[in-house]
Design a protein around this ligand. Structure first.
Ligand SMILES: Nc1ncnc2c1ncn2[C@@H]1O[C@H](COP(=O)(O)OP(=O)(O)OP(=O)(O)O)[C@@H](O)[C@H]1O
Length: 245
């Protein structure tokens, strides 16, 4: 009998508390969730519900107070800082709302950076392939200031994917973009999931962005309270309004 492979990311009973005693905040409270391979999950919820904390704990950027996180089959809960750094550099890609590109470097130099950090010699063909995949083959010599916001976000996504990570994390990837640029970035992410099987986890406030994903999980007060599969923008907006009421 074939066993299905482990989910690229799995959280079991994850709790994250900030502060202590009187000032303690339970940002995540006993969260259980697996993110299946090749799927795109959007994480939504009211402000302060724990979305960023969930993303950071799932990506090994932040340690959990209790419970466990597995990334690509590795339990990172007790991992040393060195092991965590290695896992982050090989198994995880991160794209932020603000792109975080290095202004003095060209698009292709920015994309090659994660390979350099992982101690790998960037192969020009690999860098060009991801830049072509995000539709920017002809802009590879441009610096960030010579690119539009949407193009900069596409460079940031290419950079996050160049190591072929097990998981792509995206924190509000369309938050700083206008409607048209946001739509282009969402189409691109959809293609990366469909054509490359890129497991993707995205935090967003935007129901239209969430409706591009395969499923949406909703957080409230640090707990997962709801899930929707393949919802419409309208369904996501309605569910979010209920949570915020
Ligand atoms: N470093 C920290 N120290 C103390 N409290 C924190 C810290 N980071 C987050 N929190 C608290 O944990 C809770 C969850 O925060 P988190 O940033 O995960 O929420 P969020 O859903 O991403 O919010 P937003 O949509 O406003 O970005 C909030 O009450 C927040 O104030």
């Amino acid at each position: 009998m074939n066993e299905s492979p482990p989910a690229p990311v799995e959280l079991a009973g994850v709790t994250r508390v900030y502060g202590s005693r009187g000032t303690a905040v339970r940002a995540l409270d006993d969260v259980h969730i697996a993110f299946p391979a090749g799927s795109w999950t959007a994480v939504m919820g009211p402000s302060g519900s724990g979305k960023s904390t969930l993303l950071h704990c799932a990506a090994g950027l932040e340690r959990v107070t209790s419970g466990s996180v597995r990334i690509a089959g590795n339990d990172i809960t007790g991992a040393s800082d060195a092991e965590l750094t290695r896992l982050r550099r090989t198994e995880i890609g991160f794209a932020f709302q603000t792109f975080n590109l290095i202004g003095s470097l060209t698009a292709e130099q920015n994309v090659a950076m994660p390979l350099r950090l992982a101690g790998r010699r960037p192969e020009r063909a690999d860098v060009h392939e991801v830049l072509a995949a995000v539709g920017l083959a002809d802009r590879r010599r441009h610096r960030p200031r010579e690119l539009s916001g949407g193009q900069q976000q596409r460079v940031a996504i290419a950079r996050a994917m160049v190591t072929r990570p097990a998981v792509l994390f995206a924190d509000e990837p369309t938050g700083a973009l206008d409607t048209k640029a946001a739509r282009d970035v969402l189409h691109l992410m959809r293609r990366m999931v469909d054509e490359r099987g890129q497991t993707t986890i995205m935090v967003t406030h935007d129901p239209a962005a969430a409706a591009s994903a395969d499923r949406v999980v909703f957080l409230r007060d640090g707990r997962i309270t709801d899930r929707l599969d393949r919802p419409s923008t309208r369904e996501v907006a309605a569910r979010l309004a209920d949570l915020e009421a």
